[in-house]
Ligand binder design. Structure first.
Ligand code: UDP
Length: 328
């Protein structure tokens, strides 16, 4: 039985990865410091014999007894509201956390995959974004702590590959959505659905003409799984190329939820990318992967999840909203 370490395991993507690896018959060692993660995302796995959880911060030395076949480094704040709030931790988990886990991968002779991001392309001047594009990033802007942490993470991972011959994989993740996103992380989908469920107006930042391309989480996990098992060490975009403006996205959420609220316009955050769409030619060719779940179906599943949350959880986010307003 193969054994895999997943960091950020109590987060949105990490928890879905835990589910997938358990389903595939792996032993899963889950690690999280719970700054942005939530144990409720993995509590259903806790009783399982092949699942263990370590409450640990990977920026400190990481010790895991026993063998490891794969390490998936998915620990990081990942939404602008989170990394604005904890920029130093964001830089540390990308830099020191990645370094510690690369060291662990060497000791265990484990294959290593990092969660990189479309943010390495910054506010892109090339559209759609191919893996060859080097990006347009402001290192000292509000997103710099995240973008540069992820760029450094790619660089050190590549260095361990070329210098130490470590088996490494790099997935560049584009906007992803699905059950277990945090209502209070400021991301557009939980923001809109949360607002609809609470009977509030939907807040569009800027004029809403900026675009994003949203991938359903199950498709993303499939792409990551295939990349990990492939022999390709260079970055691969995983995302859904179906692109939409934020204004049209708000309309889709209004139709989906049947809310009678309207949209209101707020200032656009600094350095908010104007457009984003993955070129997934590489994923298609190398992994035989492409998304299977369209936005209508993915949004329906996601809405079902959010509808099932308690009233308290729907209102848990007020603190964060105040924070976001302070930062405008
Ligand atoms: N956005 C918005 N209203 C919100 C939250 C976000 O209009 O309540 C916009 C945000 O400015 C950005 C897009 O939605 O242009 C996607 O934002 P998100 O934080 O989800 O992801 P990212 O900007 O990192 O792609």
């Amino acid at each position: 039985m193969k054994r895999v370490l997943i960091t950020g395991a109590a987060g949105f993507l990490g928890s879905h990865l835990c589910d997938r690896f358990i389903r595939e018959g792996y032993r899963v060692v889950a690690m999280d410091n719970l700054i942005t993660g939530d144990l409720r995302n993995i509590e259903h796995l806790m009783p399982l014999e092949h699942f263990e959880f370590y409450h640990h911060d990977v920026t400190k030395f990481v010790h895991v007894p026993g063998d490891l076949d794969y390490i998936l480094h998915f620990a990081s704040p990942a939404s602008p509201i989170d990394y604005l709030k904890i920029p130093i931790q964001t830089l540390k988990v990308g830099a020191m956390g990645t370094h510690n886990l690369l060291g662990l991968a060497r000791v265990k002779n484990a294959r290593f995959i990092i969660a990189s991001t479309s943010e390495v392309y910054g506010d892109p001047l090339v559209h759609p974004q191919t893996e060859e594009y080097w990006g347009h990033v402001n290192p000292v802007g509000p997103r710099g702590c995240y973008d540069e942490a992820k760029r450094y993470q790619e660089a050190i991972t590549m260095a361990y590959h070329t210098y130490h011959g470590l088996e490494t994989r790099i997935v560049r993740i584009f906007n992803t959505y699905g059950p277990r996103m945090r209502l209070n992380d400021g991301r557009v989908l939980p923001a809109f659905i949360g607002q609809a469920l609470r009977g509030e107006d939907l807040t569009i930042f800027g004029d809403g003409s900026q675009t994003r391309s949203f991938c359903y989480v199950d498709d993303l996990v499939e792409g990551i799984y295939r990349l990990l098992l492939s022999d390709y060490p260079y970055p691969v975009n995983i995302g859904n190329p179906s692109e939409i403006t934020i204004r049209d996205f708000a309309e889709e959420i209004i139709r989906l939820t049947g809310t009678s609220q309207k949209v209101i316009y707020k200032p656009l955050p600094k350095d908010d990318p104007k457009q984003r769409q993955p070129d997934i030619t590489k994923a298609r060719e190398i992994l035989g992967w492409e998304p299977q779940i369209d936005r209508a179906e993915g949004l329906r599943r996601t809405y079902e999840y959010f509808k099932g949350l308690s009233r308290e959880r729907l209102y848990e986010e007020s603190l964060h909203r105040e924070f976001r307003q302070d930062n405008k």
